[in-house]
Design a protein around this ligand. Structure first.
Ligand code: ADP
Length: 346
């Protein structure tokens, strides 16, 4: 008997209500194998007491009958799921002058559509009548210049603060506006962190109800620095339904929970592609984000399909959410998202 064999055996234990097993969900934290004794340590994040009970029974059913199992000990630690937080109660905590609320948009992994979601969320929030700013904090791959069709160099005011550019009534700032050209930035490590901090503190935002922060992808130092430099009211995590993205989204959820940034919820982007005949193709797997939100016990804030117009409009500086919701289902989904986030405020 070896820990690997035991792990393999545990792949037969499904997470209650799902087709996936507890090993691939990453719930099995430790497997110990001593003569005459197997110990398995499992961690689950749930508020439903039936979940650990079921897992406990299923683990025993599999492990007790293994040859030479001896005594089987299954320890299940139930962690409180990260709170499905609201924004209430945090008013005025922002450390950025001129800004009431800061909402960060994050992803564990690049390329899942985080910037597209941030841009359209900003547009849809502005359509509710709020004053909105959007700050692209991605030093290595800034994309807002392209998504909003602006690429001037911003001016500075008398206090040496950068005056945001403006597009569609949204105040915009991107590290991309400050780069001389499009060559890759070679700033690394602590320099990058310091540069990002300085950038966040030096923008002259004007009376914003919401500042949407498009965070760099990942769960490293830069993301931590940003959420510790400014007091973020809540974070929206973007994922695709694909397993590799979900694993990283999970890391992002746990990182923000650790630093006490309220998780507003998950957004499943690229959820499907719908052809002209109305048939849906689940290119990256079906409903991965929906299941993940359930498991992590955070709200699912929206599901955005893969949509050609969304990509085209993003590339040409006219985010899809500028379209009236009745003209585009994707635009409607972004307007719903904005309404849900505004509702958290009331
Ligand atoms: P990230 O910020 O996570 O790296 P981007 O927002 O830059 O991701 O998106 C990556 C690419 O995918 C871009 O070319 C973007 O236009 C495209 N994209 C994002 N979301 C969608 C969507 N729902 N439908 C079609 N294309 C999308």
């Amino acid at each position: 008997m070896t820990p690997d064999l035991i792990r393999d055996a545990l792949r037969q234990v499904r997470y209650p209500g799902f087709s996936r097993d507890i090993v691939s969900f990453g719930l099995v934290k430790e497997v110990k194998c001593e003569p005459g004794m197997i110990t398995v340590r499992i961690e689950v994040q749930t508020r439903d007491p039936k979940v650990p009970e079921q897992i406990f029974r299923d683990c025993h059913a599999i492990l007790d009958v293994l040859p030479d199992a001896g005594t089987v000990k299954v320890d299940i630690e139930v962690k409180d799921a990260p709170a499905a937080a609201g924004l209430a109660g945090t008013v005025g905590k922002s450390s950025i002058p001129g800004v009431k609320r800061i909402i960060a948009v994050a992803s564990g992994k690049g390329g899942v559509g985080k910037s597209t979601i941030a841009a359209n969320l900003a547009v849809a929030l502005a359509a509710t009548g709020a004053k909105v700013g959007l700050c692209d904090c991605d030093l290595y791959g800034p994309s807002m210049a392209q998504m909003f069709g602006v690429n001037e160099r911003p001016m500075a005011n008398d206090q040496d603060e950068i005056i945001p550019l403006e597009a569609y009534g949204i105040q915009l700032m991107s590290m991309g506006f400050l780069l001389e050209d499009r060559s890759p930035v070679i700033v690394r490590g602590p320099m990058a962190t310091r540069y990002t901090q300085q950038f966040l503190r030096q923008v002259a935002w004007q009376d914003l109800d919401y500042l949407v922060l498009d965070l760099p992808p990942g769960t490293g130092d830069i993301q931590l620095t940003i959420v510790q430099t400014v007091s973020v009211d809540g974070v929206v995590i973007v994922t695709t339904p694909q397993e590799v993205a979900l694993i990283d989204a999970r890391k992002a959820v746990s990182m923000f929970a650790k630093v006490n940034v309220p998780i507003l919820g998950l957004i499943e982007n690229m959820a499907w592609f719908e052809c002209d005949a109305g048939k849906r193709y689940y290119l990256f797997g079906e409903a991965g984000g929906v299941r993940e939100a359930e498991i992590l016990n955070v709200p699912l804030l929206g599901r955005i399909p893969i949509d050609i117009a969304t990509r085209e409009r993003g590339d040409s500086g006219k985010p899809i959410a500028l379209l009236p919701p009745e003209q585009s289902k994707v635009s409607a989904a972004f307007h719903d998202l904005a309404d849900r986030l505004r509702a958290l405020d009331s």
